[in-house]
Design a binder for this molecule. Structure first.
Ligand code: ATP
Ligand code: MG
Length: 328
C-alpha cells in the first residue's frame, strides 16, 4: 500500500510564499510517491472566524485555486472540504474524551496564537482544534504531514491520541510523522512575525509582478545601513531570508556583498523580486487556465470530497468496532 500524506490550510485567506516554502512545495513533490490528501479546513477556520463565515465561503475557492496553481494535480491528489466529512467531527468528539484540557492549554502554538488573537478567554472550539486536526489526519490514516514549524506540537498531540486510542481499544489508528521543510518558518514582510494570512505581512501567491516588486521595495532592511558602503547585517534582514528561501544558490554571495557593503539594498531587492516572480510565473499560467473554467474547480472539490468520505466512513466503522460500539 502507498503511504499517505495529509495536509491542509485554514480557508481564512489566500495562500502566500510562507505556505509555499513551508508546505505546498513538498505536497507537489510528494504527490507522485504518496497517496495525497489535501484538506480545505473550513471548520478550523471557524475557530477564529465564526463571526464572518462569508470570509470562509469566499476562500474555499481561493485556496483551492492556489493549490491547483502551485501544481497539486487533482488526478493524483484528493482535494476535499473538511466540513463535508462529518466523520471528522465525530472522531473529534470521541478523541476529546481522553485529551486533557491542561495538555491543550500547554500546547505552545495554542498559547502563541491565543496571545496574538488577544483572547481574554479562549473558546472551547479554538482550544480543541488540535484534536480536530488529529481527526483530519487519522480518518485517512495519513503517515506523513508536510508542515511548518508551528504545527509540530499538533502532530505530537495527534501521535499521543493515536497511541492512547490504540492502547485503550484496538490498534486501528496509524501514527503520523511531520515533514519539516528547508524553510520551516518564513519571516513576514514586517521582519518580526512569521509570514501569515491574518497579519497582513504576506506576499500572496496570486500577486502580480508589480505587486511583488512593490511589496519587496517597501520592506525595512538593516537600519544600520544608511549608505550603500556601510556593512550590513543580513541575519536581521527579511530580504536576506528571502534570498535564502528563493535564491539559495547565490545567498552566500549576497551575504558577503552585504556584510562588505558592496551591494545596495535596492539592487538586492531587485534580484529577489525577480526570483520570486520567476517562481510565481508558472503558477500564474496554471491559475489563469483554471480561471477560464471555474466550474472545473468545483468539480474537482466535489469529486475529492466524495473520495475522502468513502475513506472516512470506513475508518469510522473500524473505530466503532474497536470500541465495541457496533450495536446492531
Ligand atoms: P492564519 O494566519 O489564518 O493562521 P497562516 O498563514 O498561519 O494563516 P495556516 O493555514 O495556519 O496559515 O497554515 C497552513 C500551513 O502552512 C501550516 O503547515 C503552516 O505551518 C504553514 N505555514 C504557514 N505560514 C508559514 C510560514 N510563514 N512559513 C512556513 N510555513 C508556514
Ligand atoms: Mg496559522
Amino acid at each position: 500500500m502507498k503511504e499517505r500524506v495529509l495536509t491542509g490550510d485554514r480557508v481564512t485567506g489566500k495562500l502566500h510564499l510562507g505556505h509555499y516554502v513551508g508546505s505546498l512545495k513538498y505536497r507537489v513533490e510528494l504527490q507522485d510517491q504518496y497517496e495525497t490528501f489535501v484538506l480545505l479546513a473550513d471548520v478550523q477556520a471557524l475557530t477564529t472566524h465564526f463571526l464572518h463565515p462569508e470570509i470562509i465561503k469566499d476562500n474555499v475557492r481561493n485556496v483551492a485555486l492556489d493549490y491547483l496553481a502551485v501544481g497539486i494535480d487533482p488526478e493524483k491528489a484528493t482535494i476535499f472540504v473538511q466540513s463535508l466529512i462529518p466523520e471528522i467531527a465525530e472522531l473529534t468528539v470521541y478523541y476529546s474524551m481522553f485529551v486533557t484540557v491542561n495538555s491543550l492549554r500547554h500546547n505552545p502554538t495554542i498559547k502563541a496564537e491565543s496571545k496574538a488573537g488577544d483572547f481574554d478567554d479562549m473558546y472551547y472550539g479554538f482550544l480543541g482544534y488540535p484534536i480536530s486536526q488529529a481527526a483530519d489526519i487519522t480518518f485517512c490514516k495519513a503517515t506523513l504531514i508536510p508542515v511548518g514549524e508551528d504545527q509540530l506540537p499538533h502532530i505530537e498531540q495527534t501521535r499521543k491520541i493515536v497511541r492512547r486510542f490504540n492502547q485503550l481499544y484496538q490498534p486501528v489508528l496509524v501514527e503520523p510523522k511531520p515533514l519539516i521543510g528547508e524553510v520551516p518558518r518564513l519571516i513576514g514582510l514586517d521582519g518580526s512575525h512569521k509570514m501569515s494570512k491574518s497579519l497582513g505581512n504576506a506576499i500572496l501567491l496570486d500577486s502580480t509582478k508589480e505587486e511583488v516588486a512593490e511589496k519587496i521595495k517597501k520592506v525595512k532592511t538593516d537600519p544600520a545601513r544608511i549608505h550603500k558602503t556601510d556593512p550590513g547585517h543580513p541575519e536581521i534582514c527579511p530580504i536576506y531570508a528571502y534570498h535564502q528561501a528563493f535564491r539559495k544558490e547565490s545567498s552566500d554571495e549576497i551575504y558577503q556583498s552585504c556584510t562588505k557593503g558592496q551591494i545596495g539594498c535596492m539592487a538586492c531587492k531587485q534580484k529577489i523580486a525577480q526570483s520570486i516572480n520567476d517562481r510565481l510565473d508558472p503558477m500564474r499560467e496554471r491559475r489563469a487556465a483554471y480561471l477560464e473554467h471555474p466550474k472545473r474547480v468545483d468539480e474537482i472539490l466535489m469529486a475529492g470530497t466524495e473520495n475522502a468520505r468513502i475513506m472516512a466512513k470506513e475508518t469510522m466503522r473500524e473505530v466503532r468496532d474497536a470500541m465495541g460500539m457496533n450495536y446492531f
